[in-house]
Design a protein around this ligand. Structure first.
Ligand SMILES: CC(C)(COP(=O)(O)OP(=O)(O)OC[C@H]1O[C@@H](n2cnc3c(N)ncnc32)[C@H](O)[C@@H]1OP(=O)(O)O)[C@@H](O)C(=O)NCCC(=O)NCCS
Length: 179
């Protein structure tokens, strides 16, 4: 099981050319409520969190076992969130083998501007530093080529396609090997 190392939890991560991010604060109630209010333009509105289920979503975000962390800029502004483990899996996928499953989302106004890669790169570099020798994996809706392109740029490669009956959508799993 992956755990954040103490020294990493104290770090502000300086990654990439475009700035610094803090990746190690768990999502707290204030941030969870902000994330619950995020609304993406179609077709990415499938990622909007359902207001009717917001109480459940809040409990889920705040449960330490869900492994949700904020991505904050140098001034502490909330740019996005990332998660790992079961929270990053989708029902119907086959998650065999040792790997860390990842999920990541940035604020709606930051999307589609060519900057998503810096966040993915920051999380990937953070994890490969904290937890070496474990492949990484991400599950993405098949329609979402935008997200797939960003993860592919971070050396993730297609390993599986599957259909999720719960939300009636096809998905892909991409994997990044060690090294
Ligand atoms: C997924 C995410 C990190 C991508 O970051 P982003 O900054 O929005 O993506 P970009 O603007 O850099 O676009 C990435 C690439 O997709 C391309 N692209 C954009 N829309 C596209 C589309 N409809 N079809 C194909 N490619 C598309 C861009 O041209 C760019 O191409 P490039 O790699 O040649 O530069 C970000 O959109 C996000 O967090 N979204 C939240 C909702 C979401 O999609 N969640 C998925 C979680 S896995």
């Amino acid at each position: 099981m992956f755990e954040l190392r103490k020294q990493d939890a104290r770090d502000l991560m300086k990654i990439g050319k475009q700035g610094m991010f803090s990746l190690t604060d768990p999502v707290d109630e204030l941030c969870a409520r902000l994330i619950l209010g995020w609304r993406y333009d179609p077709p990415y509105d499938v990622y909007d969190l359902n207001v009717d289920r917001s109480d459940r979503a809040l409990v889920f975000f705040l449960n330490p076992k869900s492994n949700y962390f904020t991505i904050k800029d140098t001034k502490g502004g909330l740019d996005g969130y990332w998660c790992f483990g079961k929270s990053a899996r989708v029902v119907g996928g086959s998650y065999w083998g040792r790997a860390i499953d990842l999920g990541l989302g940035i604020r709606p106004d930051l999307t589609g501007r060519g900057i998503g890669f810096q966040y993915v790169e920051a999380v990937v570099e953070f994890l490969t530093r904290s937890c070496t020798k474990v492949p990484l994996r991400v599950t993405i809706a098949s329609f979402n080529r935008r997200a797939q392109r960003v993860w592919e740029r971070a050396d993730f490669r297609l390993v599986q396609r599957f259909f999720c009956r719960s939300d009636d959508m096809p998905y892909v799993i991409l994997r990044r090997e060690i090294g």
